[in-house]
Design a binder for this molecule. Sequence first.
Ligand SMILES: [Zn+2]
Length: 109
Amino acid sequence: MTENQASETPTGVEVDRERGLTLSWADGATAAFGLEELRVNCPCAECRGLRERDLPVWPKPASPQPLRIEDAELIGAWGITLRWNDGHSTGIFSWDLLRQWRAPDAENG
Ligand SMILES: [Zn+2]
């Protein structure tokens, strides 16, 4: 089940509850992800279903604003789960996925 684990495990994980997530890797790569980007691209089945039907993932009419991270929990060497101030917490952001969001040849800044 875990044969390819940890290939993209970052060496640095920084959670800023008001701003987002910053990762750094041993090869010197870094990537910053804003709160909204993370929330609207939440990889859980529920949010994926909404996106497939072209429905908004966030904000919903009852969503508290501004968006905020209430809590974050590392899932071993695999990824991170975020608990949002709208109560959503089912998405697990794997390091693989986050790294793929930032192509290695993307320009800096
Ligand atoms: Zn979700």
